[in-house]
Ligand binder design. Structure first.
Ligand code: PMP
Ligand code: GLN
Length: 411
């Protein structure tokens, strides 16, 4: 029964049984988020690993979903591109916030979270052997989806300097080759919290136009910006026709379990991505789509309030981590803060994996080792990410617990 075994021989030349997982995915095991959330559950530690809020979003948005369910809206397959109400709400949002006009009928596609939008975009736009440039550290599904599409990922590394992470535009330019198909961008950036500036985005846009590249830009944290502003890449000259913009209700409305995402792009790009998407899920989350349509029309005070609340939480956790002895890279956006554990010294030194695995025992907190977001794991080894999308009292408790590290001890 060779087909039922899973011995890890990938050469295909020996007599060893063929592995069950295909070779494109062989390097991807269980995602770090599942591993670390399971660790939190097992140990009862405070979970600052996987990024999800510990309080649901606005009551009126939840009630909108209940209403849709009760009224029988979306309980059967919604239309492939998404329900018209949500497509219109997405285009109204892009127009109102960014002055970007899109046609709700041809230039929007609703997906099962940003995760499916990423997968469908890459599966649609990448040929086997194409190079895909991704900012490193990269969100883990990027690497897996590039691999599923048969592409070759080319990381361009954001590097820490003066207390924050920065993109080296020369490095990005040098990474482009005749085989480059697209740049997979992410701003605000998970896990570093970097928000690309107008100048950086303008340079990326100019490069994409000059080298005739597509750009898939993951902007799920568009509303979680604390310093500077979020500027969609699609708003730069020459970009509208070559950019797939991805967003999602999970972060903006604190309903990560609903998995409602979307893309906005030219009709030709939407048609291409839809071709892949229709064979992944076809459609999803019918009633939630109606609720998210209502959420996108919330007044600016909602978005301002969310930002103010998370700014305070960023500062609370960032200050606490610094006091505990971490080097802290101040995030301008997202709900993550990246730290360097090396100043803490023993016992783990600069090994973020060992540090995160031991942290629940040492002080009852769970975090994510950034090494998993790097091709060059050694380069990411000393960095550890903490999420601050938790209630203030939970963050305060975590900060108090983390203080034991300061003394090099354990609770
Ligand atoms: N992109 C980034 C950068 C993320 O951090 C996440 C995690 N939520 C996603 C995409 C996935 O979003 P969704 O939950 O909407 O699939
Ligand atoms: N995006 C979330 C994070 O970075 C988690 C998403 C997931 O669990 N895949 O923590």
């Amino acid at each position: 029964m060779a087909a039922m075994t899973s011995t890890a021989d990938t050469s295909g030349t020996s007599d060893a049984p063929r592995p069950l997982l295909n070779r494109r995915l062989a390097e991807f095991g269980t995602t770090i988020f599942a591993e670390m959330s399971a660790l939190a559950l097992r140990t009862g530690a405070i979970n600052l690993g996987q990024g999800f809020p510990d309080r649901d979003g606005p009551d009126e948005v939840r009630e909108a979903a209940v209403r849709a369910l009760r009224d029988g809206r979306g309980n059967q397959y919604p239309p492939g591109p998404g329900v018209p109400e949500l497509r219109q709400a997405v285009t109204a949002h892009q127009q109102r916030r960014y002055g970007l006009p899109y046609d709700p009928d041809t230039e929007v596609l609703v997906t099962a979270g940003a995760t499916e939008a990423i997968a469908a975009s890459l599966l649609a736009l990448v040929e086997p052997g194409d190079e895909v440039i991704a900012l490193e550290p990269y969100y883990d599904s990027y690497a897996a989806c590039i691999a599923m599409a048969g592409g070759r990922r080319v990381p361009v590394t954001l590097r820490p300097r003066d207390g924050a992470y920065h993109l080296d535009l020369d490095e990005l330019r040098d990474a482009v080759t005749p085989r480059t198909r697209l740049i997979l961008l992410n701003t605000p950036h998970n896990p570093t919290g970097t928000v690309l500036t107008r100048e950086e985005l303008a340079a990326i846009a100019a490069l994409a136009v000059e080298r005739d590249l597509l750009v898939v830009t993951d902007e799920v944290y568009e509303h979680l910006v604390y310093d500077g502003e979020h500027i969609p890449l699609a708003s730069f000259p020459g970009m509208r026709e070559r950019t797939v913009t991805i967003s999602s209700a999970g972060k903006t409305f604190s309903f990560t379990g609903w998995k409602v995402g979307w893309i906005t792009a030219s009709a030709a790009l939407v048609a291409a991505v839809r071709s892949a998407k229709q064979y992944l899920t076809y459609v999803s989350a019918g009633p939630f789509q109606y609720a998210v349509a209502e959420a996108l029309a919330l007044p600016d005070t909602y978005f301002d309030g969310l930002r103010a609340e998370l700014t305070a939480k960023r500062d609370l956790l960032g200050t606490g981590l610094a006091e505990a002895g971490f080097d802290v890279y101040r995030p301008s956006g997202t709900y993550f803060v990246t730290t360097d554990i090396r100043p803490l010294g023993a016992p783990e030194g600069g090994d973020g994996f060992a540090f995160c695995r031991a942290l629940p025992e040492r002080c009852g907190v769970v975090a994510i080792p950034n090494a998993v977001f790097y091709d060059d794991r050694a380069a990411g080894a000393p960095f550890v990410r903490f999420a601050f999308c938790k209630r203030t009292e939970v963050l305060q408790d975590a900060v108090d617990r983390l203080k034991v590290l300061q003394k090099g001890g354990s609770a």
